[in-house]
Ligand binder design. Structure first.
Ligand code: IPE
Ligand code: IPE
Ligand code: MG
Length: 255
């Protein structure tokens, strides 16, 4: 089935070319809860519904890869009680949602330094990845204990050890070889990076991968991010001119 045939979202124009790879910094859960006089964790719980809706919309639109920032390497600095709720929520979601993802042909991956998680959580991650490994639908990557600088560092380490064992020499290293060692290397290039919650920063997310991504920032807090909001981002992406260093004339010239 072609990408256009898959595109059944009524909110999108028929001819829209959807981004192949979208990543989202899901921010604003705490403020969403605070606005309602509730504890921050209530916002995190509500955010799960937005994750569900976003995965469904992305798959429906024919997006090939969706990467969601769930927990940054810096988020360990939050109060222990909040970190603990986030870990419990992660396990709950893995137990409840992965079967549904599998049924829908979605391939589930976790990126980040999972070695810092409890053994139980690591086992659940491994089982979820194994269950969905052969699926050929959209790839859903959850960034957990992820940091862009960590990713670049671990890629450098892998190349350094190849040099150490003399599998390659240092001056043979190319951008492509480096890229191959980073998380998400097997996926299409990142096309669109969305951040909800009104802040205009990357917060150590996909530093390497975002080199030529289109950036989309919205004030909408993550628990309020729904199909309509997601569609706005995709529609805006479609209207952007991606020049990749060329001139506008070069990229619009059809000949
Ligand atoms: C994003 O929401 C979720 C995580 C970082 C885990 P926040 O918890 O950062 O919500 P705000 O930014 O404080 O509103
Ligand atoms: C980024 O949000 C991390 C996630 C959404 C998981 P933060 O709320 O942690 O970002 P900063 O600290 O405000 O930059
Ligand atoms: Mg935040």
């Amino acid at each position: 089935m072609s990408r256009l045939e898959q595109q059944t979202n009524p909110l999108l124009p028929e001819s829209a070319t959807v981004p192949q790879h979208i990543a989202i910094i899901m921010d604003g859960n705490g403020r969403w809860a605070k606005q309602r006089g509730k504890k921050r964790v209530v916002g995190h719980k509500s955010g799960v519904e937005s994750v569900r809706a976003t995965v469904t919309t992305a798959a429906k639109c024919g997006v090939k890869a969706l990467t969601l920032f769930a927990f940054s390497s810096e988020n360990w600095q939050r109060p222990a009680s909040e970190v603990s709720v986030l870990m419990d929520l992660f396990m709950y979601v893995l137990t409840r949602e992965v079967k549904r993802l599998h049924k829908n042909g979605i391939k589930f991956k976790v990126i980040g330094d999972v070695s810092k998680f409890s053994n139980k959580l690591q086992k659940m991650i491994q089982e979820s990845e194994a269950l969905t490994a052969e699926n050929s639908g959209m790839v859903l990557s959850i960034a957990a204990n992820y940091g862009g600088r960590w990713d670049i560092t671990q890629a450098a380490k892998q190349l350094a050890s190849k040099v150490e064992t003399q599998a390659i020499s240092a001056d043979e290293i190319t951008e492509t070889m480096f890229h191959e060692q980073t998380s998400l290397a097997s996926l299409p290039e990142l096309d669109l990076l969305i951040r909800t919650g009104g802040d205009y920063r990357i917060s150590n997310f996909l530093l390497w991968q975002a080199a030529y991504a289109e950036l989309y920032f919205t004030e909408v807090l993550w628990p309020d991010f729904n199909e309509t909001e997601f569609t706005k981002a995709i529609t805006q992406f479609k209207q952007r001119e991606r020049r990749f260093g060329k001139t506008s004339e070069q990229v619009t010239d059809k000949n």
